[in-house]
Design a protein around this ligand. Structure first.
Ligand SMILES: Cc1ncc(C[n+]2csc(CCOP(=O)(O)OP(=O)(O)O)c2C)c(N)n1
Ligand code: SF4
Ligand SMILES: [Mg+2]
Length: 316
């Protein structure tokens, strides 16, 4: 696995294809824009420029496209909110019929479209092992429509639909879904998690996945300054904190089995990650729920164990 340092700025790399180019309308500091740009650039390079992208409705689609123009340097289709995997399956089938399977197909969407409304289509795509790489950009809520809770929203988080009031402390613990594990349960050839806190690792995983035949799934952690409540200059630092405290484990799985994970050399307490975001501010106020931080620390500790983040496991 690649290390955590970002060796040069994205703009300074002369070989960067810039698949998501200037002129889009993402917020300043948008983690999703950065994640998508890096992921699709990596896929473009690894497939020698032969890719087609299907995009579910959400921030990424809205900020990158205002008809009849868009910011993409690749063939790009907007599907509905919930059917990107099915549309991508159709694109891959059409290409196969024309003997053009060298054109690699990507479907992408936010956590709302992936974890919630598109889940049935995604599971069907995995079940048939369709030749598509699905990328989820996880900002842990429905950002495009005003920060509503999704099945990927963490426990006790404040969103527009989980506002802490009286005895209610934000999103209920013990709810939500872990889609990387659900993808692994389908036994598809490749599943990985990635983060804009480790861009070399993200690009390595996308480059690997794009040329594997069959279904692939990559779940990318993309902090959102607007929805999470932090300064726009802090996006990458927040993503790194999530990795370092164990709340967002980086791993790879093949055919349903864990095959690699990124070791955390000196884990930090989850509090270092939580305190710097306004969506968690109520967990530190005078009406804070008992042991809120402990709930997150338990998840991080379990991740350390489950994904072997202490010892890591080899990539070979
Ligand atoms: C069937 C349907 N329901 C609701 C919507 C409204 N809608 C558009 S984008 C969106 C939220 C997208 O959230 P997510 O997938 O997490 O992407 P993000 O904007 O957070 O990147 C919603 C609810 C829609 N377009 N179609
Ligand atoms: S709301 Fe969040 S995800 Fe959407 S464009 Fe702004 S920063 Fe990006
Ligand atoms: Mg989202």
């Amino acid at each position: 696995m690649a290390d955590l340092t970002l060796k040069s700025t994205l703009q300074s790399q002369s070989d960067r294809p810039n698949t998501l180019t200037s002129g889009h309308r993402a917020c300043q500091g948008c983690g999703e824009a950065l994640g998508a740009r890096c992921a699709i650039d990596a896929a473009f390079r690894a497939a020698n420029g032969k890719i087609a992208v299907v995009n579910a409705t959400g921030c990424l689609e809205v900020f990158s496209c205002s008809f009849p123009e868009n910011s993409w340097g690749t063939p790009w289709l907007h599907s509905l909110f919930g059917n990107a995997p099915a549309v991508a399956t159709g694109v891959a089938a059409a290409l196969r019929n024309q003997n053009k399977s060298d054109v690699r197909v990507i479907a992408q969407g936010g956590d709302g479209s992936t974890v919630d409304i598109g889940m049935g289509c995604l599971s069907g795509m995995f079940d048939r092992n369709d030749d598509v790489l699905y990328i989820c950009y996880d900002n842990q809520a429905y950002m495009n429509t005003g920060v509503q809770r999704s099945g990927a929203t963490p426990p006790l988080t404040r969103t527009a639909t989980t506002m802490p009031v009286k005895d209610y402390s934000g999103n209920d613990p013990q709810t939500g879904k872990n889609v990387p594990l659900i993808a692994m349960a389908h036994g598809i050839p490749y599943v990985a998690t990635a983060s804009i806190g480790n861009i070399p690792d993200l690009e390595e995983k996308v480059s690997k996945a794009i040329n594997i035949r069959g279904s692939k799934y990559i779940h990318i952690h993309v902090p959102c300054p607007l929805g999470w409540g932090f300064p726009t200059s802090e996006t990458i630092r927040i993503a790194k904190l999530a990795i370092r405290c164990g709340l967002f484990p980086l791993f790879e799985a093949e055919n349903g089995k864990l095959v690699g994970s990124s070791m955390i050399e000196s884990p930090i307490p989850v509090e270092d990650y939580l305190r710097v975001q306004r969506r968690f501010a109520h967990l530190f106020g005078k009406n804070a729920p008992p042991d809120a931080v402990g709930i997150f620390q338990k998840i991080a500790n379990e991740n350390m164990e489950k994904y072997r983040l202490n010892g890591g496991i080899s990539d070979d």
